[in-house]
Ligand binder design. Structure first.
Ligand code: AMP
Length: 186
């Protein structure tokens, strides 16, 4: 099964993806995690992306598509992927469909976590205090939220038209959101 966890930054996609990995043996493909690893390793890619990421901007489509492509076969062989933070643009969504089709696969479900902006701001302020992630500072977070509203939210009709979209209240406790996701997938 291939699942896209969809939602604005700090909606809880990563937390829920990790739980699904533990419980279902699926593979989490988080382009944000891959990019943070590239930065931590000091690679050329990391150097290229560091400034854009810390300011909250989007990394070029061809870069993130290549990151996913490099891991896709392994994820499909393991039983499917949870896409977390990808796709973020229509070009990425179309590339994902094409890459999966080449492997004889498709997206099976898109679960949107709905969280209002005030709650997101509260969560990210706490995460910034706890973890100090550079792009969680208030200015960068505003840019990330704008990028979500401008580039990523318009993907919702793309998946709704395919009959793949389920919307879930992401405002509740982690366990309540987890139960809602499980219900949507069963
Ligand atoms: P995330 O951990 O998913 O919130 O991603 C953190 C940052 O990584 C984003 O704000 C972007 O700068 C970059 N990024 C992650 N995934 C993508 C993507 N699919 N397309 C473009 N940029 C991305």
């Amino acid at each position: 099964m291939n699942l896209i966890l969809f939602g604005p930054p700090a909606a809880g996609k990563g937390t829920q993806a990790k739980r699904l990995v533990e419980q279902r043996g699926m593979v989490q493909l988080s382009t944000g995690d891959m990019l943070r690893e590239a930065i931590a390793s000091g690679s050329e890619l990391g150097k290229q992306c560091q400034a854009i990421m810390s300011e909250g901007g989007l990394i070029a489509d061809d870069i993130v598509i290549a990151l996913i492509e490099a891991r896709l076969k392994e994820a499909e062989d393991a039983g499917g992927a949870i896409f977390d933070g990808f796709p973020r643009t229509l070009a990425q969504a179309e590339a994902l469909d094409a890459m999966l089709a080449k492997l004889g696969k498709q997206i099976d479900a898109v679960v949107r976590l709905k969280v209002d902006d005030d709650a997101l701001l509260e969560r990210v302020a706490k995460r910034f205090a706890d973890q100090g992630r550079p792009d969680d500072n208030p200015e960068s977070f505003k840019v990330r939220l704008d990028a979500y509203n401008r580039n990523t939210a318009p993907l919702l009709p793309y998946y709704a038209e395919k009959g793949l979209l389920t919307e879930i209240d992401g405002m509740g406790a982690i366990d309540a959101v987890a139960s809602a996701i499980d219900a949507a997938l069963s």
